[in-house]
Each structure stands twice: as structure tokens, then as C-alpha cells.
Design a protein around this ligand. Structure first.
Ligand SMILES: Nc1ncnc2c1ncn2[C@@H]1O[C@H](COP(=O)(O)OP(=O)(O)OP(=O)(O)O)[C@@H](O)[C@H]1O
Ligand SMILES: [Mg+2]
Length: 341
């Protein structure tokens, strides 16, 4: 691993997770950006509150580091209910899920992170649990085995996934609401950073914050991580935390103006140098960089499209003239690219 990984959207250490916990917004009001999702969640929680019932099941979908775990905690906090945390990889048998479900207290919020990685057998148990707050438990073995119904306390399931395309339809259909989290605008990341700097008691000016925001890949997790590195830099070198200090610190860590991470760069490099800008099919790209097609499609591509480095066309992904310019690669087709106006 090289220091380029400072811009990866996944958590990079245990220490970072502890740090994140301290900076997590606790309420919907404190949660920056995602205005649409916030409004939708607010309505859903308020309606449930008025009727005195548990809120509908909620699916949070989107790339890493955009606030899924944070929102799950907020749902529990806003409904005044306890939160139980679990994850798809921890549920490898139906029995693992039965143990969790049967111990929930009324109204509890059950968070299943990476829900797309749950075992098939558990998925089927979850369908019934979500719909009827009931599960069937198998007792005995062989010919004498019988299934015994068990009533559950009503609960709200909050599922999180970076790969909503990998969820089976019957599971997806049982969520009352799906929130698709989007990459954050630079102005929103500035707010995230402003709040974090205040909490860290770090006195950094607006220009400095704006510069970090612009290099954070639309991702609050990365913004907070870069802020810490800048804080280190100022601590060691002295002086003000201003634009010059931010630029010096981020140059030291090889974070470019667009905040691209290693995988983003690998994809762009392959597209520009090996395929002359494309069009390139998703699977070809995935194989070329040694990643799953799902990761390219759900984590890398949305960001590269959003910042205008690639476009999707019916014949595949195409690099834009801006991409050639940013990476300083000669554009074999001049300014004209197939499928791009
Ligand atoms: N809207 C937001 N406002 C302020 N801070 C945020 C926001 N969203 C995320 N953060 C910060 O970013 C960090 C990462 O967020 P979180 O852990 O919720 O991401 P995630 O979507 O669950 O990521 P993963 O897919 O890796 O589990 C948190 O520490 C939180 O402080
Ligand atoms: Mg998470």
C-alpha cells in the first residue's frame, strides 16, 4: 500500500473508526447535505411517531464513507429506541439471525451493515421477519423435524449496502423506503469540515477548508481524514492553518486537486493509455484493473462521471477531453470523442 491510499473511501485503520465515532452527527439536524434523504427520513420517522408504531424498514444505499452507518444511528436516536448493530458477514447461518431477532426489544432498530453479504438461508428468514415480525424455527432433525413459529417484537430494520444491485428483489421490495446517498457537493463538505474543525478545536481558515473539500472525492470520511493530516502538518511546521499549509500538506500526501484514489487513477490510466479513451466495456475495465465489476460500477464510476472525467455511452465508458487534459495524455482523437458531444 502506498500513501495514495489516503484518498480511499474505505476506513484505513481502527484508529480512524474511533475518530469517526467521535465526529458522527447524532441527529438529522446535524447531518450535513443529502437534503432530500434527510427530508424523506424525517417524514417517515415523524409519521411513525404520531401513530405510535415502529418506522418502516429502511435501506441505505451508496458508496463507502457517505454516512450510512451515521444515518442508521440517527434513526435510532431520533426514534428514541435502542440500536442493535450487526452485519451481513456476521450472519452466515439462519441461526445467527434467529438469535439476534428473537432478542430484540419492542421498537428496537436493527442495523445490518453490508446486508448484501448475508447468507441466503438467513435472507429467507428475514423476509418473514420483516413482513410479519415472525420467524419459523426448525426443531428436531430428519423426519421428526417440525417448524415452530416464534413471534418477534416489532422492530425497524435499517440495512446498508454499497452494492444495492446485489440485493435479491424480494429483500429490496420489503423495505418501505430506500435512500440513495449521493456524493457531497464541495460546499457541503466544507460544512462537514467546518463542524469537524470546531469539534477538534482546530483553527483553520475558510480558504483552507474549501481546498480540502475540493480534494475529498465528494466523501465526508475522506474530508475528515485529510483535515487530520493538515492539522498534523500545522502542528509540526507551525504557522497558520491556511491555504498554503493545506496545499503543502496535501502535496506531501500526493492528493491531487480532484482527490482521486488509487483505483480511480488505475481506471483512468487504463482507459486513457491502453484504450485511447474508449469506449471500454465495464467488464473489460474491471479485469484490466483487477477489481470486481460491481466495485467499478458502484464506487468508482459514479464519482468519475460526476466530476466529468468519463461518460457512459451505449457502447461503453468513454474518457472526456477533460480527462486527457487532467492526466496530460495526448488525445488520439483531438477534441472529438465518439458518443460525446
Ligand atoms: N452528512 C454528514 N455530515 C457530517 N459528517 C458525516 C456525514 N456523513 C458522514 N460523515 C462522517 O463521515 C464518517 C463516515 O461516515 P459513515 O461511517 O456513516 O459512512 P458509511 O456510509 O457507513 O461508510 P461504509 O460504507 O464504509 O460503512 C463519519 O465519521 C461521519 O462523521
Ligand atoms: Mg458504515
Amino acid at each position: 500500500m502506498t500513501d495514495i491510499d489516503i484518498t480511499t473511501p474505505e476506513p484505513i485503520s481502527e484508529a480512524e473508526l474511533v475518530f469517526e465515532g467521535a465526529l458522527r452527527p447524532k441527529s438529522l439536524d446535524e447531518f450535513v447535505g443529502q437534503a432530500k434523504v434527510r427530508g424523506q427520513l424525517q417524514l417517515l420517522l415523524q409519521a411513525a411517531g404520531i401513530q405510535g408504531r415502529t418506522a418502516d424498514h429502511i435501506l441505505l444505499a451508496g458508496p463507502p464513507g457517505l454516512g450510512k452507518t451515521t444515518l442508521a444511528m440517527i434513526v435510532a436516536h431520533e426514534s428514541g429506541k435502542p440500536l442493535r448493530m450487526s452485519s451481513g458477514p456476521a450472519i452466515q447461518h439462519a441461526g445467527d439471525l434467529a438469535a439476534v431477532l428473537s432478542s430484540l426489544v419492542p421498537g428496537e432498530v436493527l442495523f445490518i451493515d453490508e446486508i448484501h453479504r448475508m447468507a441466503r438461508s438467513a435472507e429467507e428468514m428475514l423476509y418473514l421477519a420483516m413482513e410479519d415480525f415472525r420467524i419459523d424455527i426448525m426443531v428436531g432433525k430428519g423426519a421428526g423435524a417440525t417448524s415452530v413459529p416464534l413471534d418477534l417484537a416489532p422492530f425497524t430494520l435499517v440495512g446498508a449496502t454499497t452494492r444495492s444491485g446485489m440485493l435479491p428483489n424480494p429483500l429490496r421490495d420489503r423495505f418501505g423506503f430506500t435512500a440513495h446517498l449521493e456524493f457531497y457537493a464541495d460546499s457541503e463538505l466544507e460544512q462537514v469540515l467546518h463542524r469537524a474543525a470546531r469539534m477538534l478545536d482546530f483553527d483553520i481558515d475558510r480558504e483552507g477548508l474549501a481546498e480540502i473539500a475540493g480534494r475529498s472525492r465528494g466523501t465526508p470520511r475522506i474530508a475528515n481524514r485529510l483535515l487530520r493530516r493538515v492539522r498534523d502538518y500545522v502542528l509540526v511546521h507551525g504557522g497558520d492553518a491556511d491555504l498554503a499549509a493545506v496545499k503543502a500538506a496535501l502535496t506531501l500526501y500526493d492528493v491531487d486537486e480532484l482527490g482521486l484514489d488509487r483505483l480511480d487513477r488505475a481506471v483512468m490510466d487504463i482507459m486513457l493509455t491502453r484504450f485511447g479513451g474508449g469506449p471500454v466495456g465495464l467488464n473489460t475495465l474491471a479485469v484490466s484493473v483487477g477489481e470486481e465489476a460491481e466495485t467499478i460500477e458502484s464506487v468508482v464510476e459514479p464519482f468519475l462521471v460526476r466530476i466529468g472525467l468519463i461518460t457512459r455511452t451505449p457502447r461503453g465508458r468513454v474518457a472526456t477531453p477533460q480527462a486527457f487534459a487532467h492526466f496530460g495524455v495526448a488525445n488520439p482523437q483531438g477534441s472529438f470523442l465518439p458518443g460525446v458531444l
